[in-house]
Design a protein around this ligand. Structure first.
Ligand SMILES: *[C@@H]1O[C@H](CO)[C@@H](O)[C@H](O)[C@H]1NC(C)=O
Ligand SMILES: *[C@@H]1O[C@H](CO)[C@@H](O)[C@H](O)[C@H]1NC(C)=O
Length: 337
């Protein structure tokens, strides 16, 4: 093989690897191949058409699937009534004493503040108003949520699990796999196992030596038995209705890898807010670092809650070229070996 060709192949290989192992993104999902669900895959243009729009209640969608409102309005009401430290995603009132270096040393965020905020705390629903009215397929695949951690703080790890369990429709949450990458903190051993007994869907796995983030994620992926794999960081909080829109995209096209809008929890006071610039695109720079880049004005839609809705035939040249090139390919599989 000529050198130039080889270089190109390597770059392609790198790209695929980067897509599979997206670091620091917080969450992405892969639809696991179960052999059974073949059937032609839809290109993005077709998939986009099936995305729910307002006023389509109970109408069968493109694949005959009915759509429904997945919001748990009762839980939303209960959350709205909560008050106290950090509730509604409000910043914790910090004193100078709370800012001591020690508080940040082990986790990179203020663990003292985290410890004083409820594990079930409420977070504000800062989505575009139209998102609250969206309907998604009523037959979605379920998911295994994989949360790798290494010496994570007690309250931040537990708040992650509580929020996932509290804000996921039970039938869509197949299991939560906590994968311990060889932590040595005492609180992550027997105490964690005892605590998690109350959550029948939570399993704890441990590596036998320090593996690093990606191998730890893959270990969880190899053990997972849900339809879709979802990776979460160990210090995040799920907001209302976080799961159905992600799974819906995958239900439309099982080759889809989805990444949600990721809001920010302040590392000092745990206040909850949108990321600067709000909606952006994900991209890799030439050093393969993942970046958020602004959506060019000509691609922005009138309705920000439908950023990808583009009538068929009106994709940009780049999009349709990408579609033609990629949608006839076999899917990429993950394995844990
Ligand atoms: C969180 O909520 C659950 C019920 O959803 C309750 O059993 C549990 O005691 C609560 N925990 C805390 C720390 O508030
Ligand atoms: C998730 O789906 C699989 C089938 O794909 C099923 O065996 C399993 O029971 C489901 N889990 C839940 C929690 O419903």
């Amino acid at each position: 093989m000529r050198r130039k060709q080889k270089r190109l192949l390597q770059v392609c290989g790198l790209l695929v690897a980067a897509l599979l192992f997206l670091p620091n993104v917080g969450l992405w999902s892969l639809y696991r191949d179960r052999g059974a669900d073949s059937g032609p895959a839809d290109g993005p243009a077709a998939a986009v058409q099936a995305v729910s729009r307002l006023g389509e209640a109970a109408q069968p969608g493109r694949h005959g699937a009915r759509r429904k409102d997945w919001h748990d309005h009762e839980a939303i009401g209960r959350d709205r009534a909560r008050s106290g430290n950090g509730e509604q995603g409000k910043p914790f009132p910090l004193t100078e004493a709370d800012r001591v270096d020690q508080a940040y040393r082990e986790n990179g965020f203020n663990i003292y503040v985290s410890d004083r905020i409820s594990l079930n705390r409420s977070v504000p629903d800062i989505r575009h108003a139209n998102c609250k009215l969206k309907l998604y397929s009523d037959s979605l695949p379920n998911t295994s949520v994989i949360i790798p951690f290494h010496n994570e703080g007690w309250s931040s790890l537990l708040r992650t699990v509580h929020s996932v369990v509290n804000r996921s429709p039970p039938q869509l949450l197949h299991e939560v796999l906590l994968v311990d990458d060889f932590s040595d903190k005492e609180h992550l051993k027997a105490a964690l196992e005892e605590y998690m007994v109350r959550f029948p869907k939570v399993r704890i796995l441990r590596t036998k030596k320090r593996e690093g983030l990606i191998r730890t994620r893959l270990l969880g992926a190899g053990v997972a038995t849900g339809d879709v794999i979802t990776f979460l960081d160990s210090h995040c909080e799920a907001n209302v209705n976080w799961l159905p829109p992600l799974l819906d995209r995958i239900a439309q096209n099982r080759k889809t890898i989805v990444c949600p809008m990721i809001d920010v929890i302040d590392h000092d006071h745990f206040g909850y807010d949108a990321q600067a610039g709000d909606a952006m695109r994900g991209a890799f720079d030439w050093e393969m670092f993942y970046k958020r880049i602004p959506i060019p004005p000509e691609l922005q839609q009138g309705d920000p809650s439908e950023p990808f809705h583009r009538p068929q035939g009106q994709e940009t040249e780049m999009e349709s070229e990408w579609t033609q090139r990629n949608m006839s390919r076999p899917p990429v599989f993950l394995s844990n070996t």
